[in-house]
Design a protein around this ligand. Sequence first.
Ligand code: SF4
Length: 405
Amino acid sequence: MNGNPSATPRALRTVISIVGCRNAGKSSLINALAGQDVAIVSDRPGTTTDAVAKPYELLPLGPVTFFDTAGLDDTGELGALRVKAAKKVLYRSDVAVIAVSENGLGQFEKEIIVEVQRLKIPFVVAFNKSDIKAPTEADIEFCRDTGIPFAEVSARTKKGIDELKNLIIDAVPEDIKREPLLAGDLFNPGDVVLLVVPIDLSAPKGRLILPQVQVLREVLDRGAKAVAVKESELTEMLAELKRKPALVITDSQVVTKVADEVPEDVPMTTFSILFARNKGDIAEMYRGAEMIDRLRDGDRVLIAEACSHHVLSDDIGKVKIPNWLRKYTDKELTFEFCQGSDFPEDLEKYALVIHCGACMLNRREMVHRIKECAGRGVPITNYGLAISKTQGVLERAIRPLGLSL
Ligand code: SF4
C-alpha cells in the first residue's frame, strides 16, 4: 500500500460503483475488493441505504473510491429513495461492477446492463457467490456473446477477486487515465505566447486567476516565452514583438476585440476553450456550442459554475452570457443557474448546459458532468465556446486545437 489512500482528494479518485439487486452481495464484494469491512453486511436483503464510499489504492491504477449502493430492485417509498441515491452514484461512475447473486442474470440485471450501456459507463459483471452456485452456461454465453467482461467470484472465499480487480482496471477509460496538456502542445520551445488578461472589476485583487496561472506555468515549463498584456495594450505589443507570437490566448470576455486585432495568420484561442479540451471532451462541447443555433423560444438553459463567488452587476455567468445568447438567438430563453458541487439531477429539462471553465474541478469530475449530460441527451458546452459562438469567432478560436469536427 502506498500511503494513505483517503488522503487523495475525492475528486481525483476513479469512481467505481457496485450495483445490482438487493442481496447480490455488493457490500461483501466491496469488503473483499478493499480487503476491509467497510459496508454493512447483512443476510437481510436491502440493508444498504445511502451509498457507502470506500477509498482504496487499486494498483497499478491508483486511488479509487468504491461505492456500495442500495439494491436497484428496492421497493416502497424508502426503497425508491434508495434507488434514486444509487442511480446518482451510478451517473458519476467511471466503471460499474454489476454484482449478480447465485440466482444468475435475471431480467433485472439485464435492465441494469441496458441502463449502463445507455449511459456509456464501462462495466464488468461479477458473478458473486460462485462458491454457492457457479454461473450457468447460459449466463456465461450471454456475457461472451455480448462482449461483457465477467469474473466468477466469491466475496466469502475471495475466489476471483484479483481477476475482478484486473477487469475493473482494464475497463477504466483512457480519457480518465490520462491528463492532457492545456496548451503545451500548441507551441514549441523558444516560441512567444501572448496572453491577454483583462484586469477589470471581475479580476481578483492582486493576483491572476487559476486558468491564467496554469497556462503561464505550461509556457514556462515548455521553454517558451510568455508575454502578458491587458487587452488595451494588445495592438502595441503585437507591433513591438520582433516576430509573431506562436499563439495568442485570451480571456473569453474580450475575444471579439482580440480576434479583430490579432492578424488572421496568428493562431488565437481562449483560456476557457483550452480548459474545454483539458478538462473534458472538446468535440462534445463544440457540438454543444453548435446547439445554440437550434435553441427555440421557451427553451431552458442551465448555466453551471463549479465554484461559488460574489456576483457582480455584470457577472459573466448571470448577466453577460444570458444577454449574449438572447441577442445572438433572438429567442425567449429561460436561464437557470447552479454553483459548486450542486449539479442538478433533472438535466432533461434543459435544452443546453453552459459550464464554466471548471478550473476548480479536476478532469475526472468534469468528464462525469459531460457524461451525465450525454446520458440524458442534453448538449453541453462551456463559457469559452459559447461566448466565441455568440461573438462569431468560434471557428477561429478552435482552429489552433486542430480538431477534426
Ligand atoms: S471553477 Fe469555474 S467559476 Fe470557478 S473560477 Fe474556475 S472557471 Fe470560474
